[in-house]
Design a protein around this ligand. Structure first.
Ligand code: 3H9
Length: 655
């Protein structure tokens, strides 16, 4: 038998060689695997007894792609496009047998094979644009030859993987294997070998498209991606594949891939990729075992409570919803139902799934129903007395090991926990509204919180598909504290004479969906104003803000027809406001100007400086956590990597 390598083993079933890749965790195509694949192709070619090769993977998935960890350093041969070409040119045809995900380079290797079969649960895709790059091993050149140009455009420019059934209908795979993959694949090979083989994908024709087709695709992508460069470059590479010979298109793809691989956007997206995968399992909690979560309760069925109920139900947990009276329970249940109905309307849930979600919600006003619940999340009115009363009740009825969580945004969790028996089970879980949609979950332990309770918070985050980030205790935790400084810095620019709409436009240009002022108008200016007023009433020296002036004049945002901007009846787009100009005229200097880039730099530097202060105070555990908070809770453009990454890359930000 041929020599085997640590990451590849070869077995035989008659004249069929079965090549098994075992390169945990996800069979990524690092250097050793590329070398091993090359060597395996050479070895099997030299064996006249081999009539066909089945490529399978051990572990949770087929090849998940290139090793993203290698992208920070220069590429080392054998390069992946050459490995794919080597497999395609093999004497005996290769067959890819896919389970889990065949992504990026993984799907490109599968396209080097003559056939692709997959189990029904598998998915395939080319997610490179989500990493700021284009496919670099023929994804833009072989995919249109395999499945046609429209399918290639969809797959490559969105980066979204497709499930096996859709992949089959698009022609990306040749068959779905029912039952055991290896056996099914071998049976498929035997049948395929009785017929003439199809040509290798590189030898297949590709249909030219009209200039109108390309112009329409370009316009649609440009509308969708705003500042991201990779999707349009990917489209250009597919176009090249339809207009130039295979080798020329491959050279063009490789050049684009290498250029983008070295870009700021790709570095930012790689940073986010690894930060997102590290966040749910923080190293400092490795030895803490989470408590089992079989069910949960939510106290309060308002917007936030209902969103949390929905998130818990989406994760399959039975939920008890508690309210203070039947009318409030009815309202809470209506809020939850509205969320699932919305899911049905948008095609995310079937009627049956929505009914099942609702069936898993039990409502009651009686705390005694919580005697055997594993986790309680309090989401009542943001008032310390109300919250404390809830926890006093929970302390009486819950098991001593029930995790008790508060969903406060601004109150000090230590004060809320005061008087709770066995405070080791207490924790802050700060969800973001709408809680069933927003990915961020700030996890806020108090000094007494036991490691197991903290680990349970992270386990919950994983179960809900959230990005959990640990935050220490301070006003606003990580996200809202940075938001406060960001807004103050934006106001400071306006005081210096920069137009409100210039600030918003600059931040939109930077990649936010909205600027700081239009976002405040949408959310309402009054909550932050009331907090400042409360702090003033408590004797704190809180300077008057421009927002205070507007709220005092009744301008609380869109809901009052005006805030920073005017909103004529029926109009949700902000209109510059003469009234605001007059109200603020005493507080702002005459016209000044800054370029949009300078405005954005100023505000992002301020966010990063606040982030640096949070790190220095130990509120945030690392800079990547801060970036995740901003990206997943506050709309910071992902492809900029977050404020800490962006300023570090550009070399700025003083605390
Ligand atoms: C590409 O292929 C370019 C080519 O076109 C051209 C080249 C020339 N590399 O997500 P998980 C790690 S671009 C390195 O929690 P799951 C991850 O960091 C690539 N490491 O697992 C984590 O490490 P740790 C295109 C990777 O089961 C561990 O694996 N491919 C890679 O929830 C588990 O990850 C992609 O973008 C990688 N490519 O999900 C696919 N992938 O345990 C990206 C994962 O130390 N990957 N790791 O924290 C995924 O989408 C998911 O990992 C997958 C499994 C769905 C496969």
């Amino acid at each position: 038998m041929p020599a085997e390598t640590p990451v590849i083993s070869i077995t035989r079933d008659g004249s069929i060689a079965i090549v098994t890749i075992d390169n945990p965790p996800v069979n990524a195509l690092g250097l050793s695997l590329r070398q091993a694949l090359w060597q395996t192709a050479e070895t099997l070619d030299a064996d006249p007894g081999v009539a066909a090769v089945v490529l399978v993977c051990a572990g949770r998935t087929f090849i998940a792609g290139a090793d993203v960890g290698e992208f920070g350093a220069p590429p080392v041969p054998p390069h992946l496009p050459d490995v794919v070409a080597r497999i395609e040119a093999a004497r005996a045809p290769w067959f890819a047998a896919i389970h889990g995900s065949a992504l990026g380079g993984g799907f490109e290797v599968a396209m080097g094979c003559r056939f692709r079969v997959a189990v029904a649960s598998a998915s395939v895709g080319l997610p490179e644009v989500t990493l700021g790059i284009v496919p670099g091993a023929s994804g833009t050149v072989r995919t249109p030859r395999l499945a046609g140009v429209p399918a290639a455009v969809q797959l490559v420019t969105t980066g979204r993987p497709v499930k096996a059934a859709e992949a089959l209908s698009l022609g990306l795979i040749d068959a779905i294997i029912q039952g055991e993959l290896r056996e099914g694949a071998i049976a498929f090979v035997r049948a395929a070998l009785t017929k003439p083989l199809p040509p290798a994908i590189s030898a297949r024709p590709v249909a030219a498209q009209t200039t109108t087709f390309w112009a329409e695709q370009e316009a649609a992508i440009a509308r969708r991606v705003k500042g991201e460069t990779a999707p349009l470059r990917a489209l250009a590479a597919i176009r090249k594949a339809t207009e130039a010979p295979f080798a020329e298109a491959m050279a063009h793809e490789r050049e684009t891939f290498l250029e983008l691989r070295a870009s700021d956007q790709a570095a930012a997206l790689r940073h986010v990729f690894f930060a997102e995968r590290a966040a749910p399992r923080p190293a400092h909690l490795k030895s803490a075992a989470p408590l089992p979560l079989r069910n949960a309760a939510v106290i309060g069925g308002g917007t936030m409570g209902a969103g949390i109920v929905a998130a818990l139900r989406d994760a399959g947990l039975p939920v008890t919803l508690i309210e203070r009276d039947d009318a409030a329970l009815d309202r809470g249940l209506t809020n939850v139902r509205a969320i699932f109905d919305g899911g049905v309307k948008r095609g995310k849930l079937t009627e049956a799934q929505a009914a099942d979600r609702m069936a898993g919600v039990t409502t009651t006003c009686d705390y005694a129903a919580l005697a055997d619940v594993d986790l309680v999340i309090e989401a009542v009115f943001e008032e310390i007395g109300v919250k404390r009363a809830v926890f006093a009740e929970l302390g009486r009825v819950c098991r001593p090991d029930t995790v008790l969580a508060t969903n406060t945004s601004y109150l000090d969790p230590r004060c809320i926990a005061e008087g709770v028996a066995m405070p080791g089970r207490f924790i802050g879980l700060h969800f973001f509204s709408p809680a069933h949609v927003m990915k961020l979950l700030e996890i806020v332990p108090i000094p007494e919180t036991a490691p197991e309770t903290l680990a349970t918070g992270f386990a919950l985050g994983r179960a809900l598909g959230k990005i959990p980030v640990q935050a220490g205790i301070c006003e606003g935790f990580i996200g809202n504290r940075i938001l406060k400084r960001y807004r103050a810095a934006a106001e400071s620019l306006v005081r210096q004479g920069i137009a409100i709409e210039a600030v918003d436009a600059a931040m939109r240009g930077y990649g936010f969906a909205m600027g700081p002022f239009e976002a405040q108008d949408l959310g309402g200016l009054d909550i932050a104003h009331l907090q400042r007023e409360a702090a003033r009433a408590a004797g704190q020296a809180v300077p008057e803000t421009l927002g205070d002036i507007l709220v005092r004049a009744g301008r609380k945002g869109q809901k009052t027809g005006g805030g920073w901007y005017d909103y004529p009846p029926g109009e949700r787009r902000p209109q510059p406001s003469a009234t605001t100009g007059t109200l603020l005229s005493g507080a702002i200097r005459a016209g000044a100007a800054l370029t949009p880039e300078a405005i954005a730099k100023r505000l992002v530097d301020e966010m990063a400086a606040e982030g640096a202060a949070l790190l220095a105070e130990g509120i945030a555990r690392n800079a990547a956590d801060i970036d995740l908070v901003e990206i997943h809770g506050y709309g910071f453009p992902r492809w900029r990597g977050g404020p800490m990454f962006a300023t570090r890359r550009k070399g700025a930000a003083k605390p």
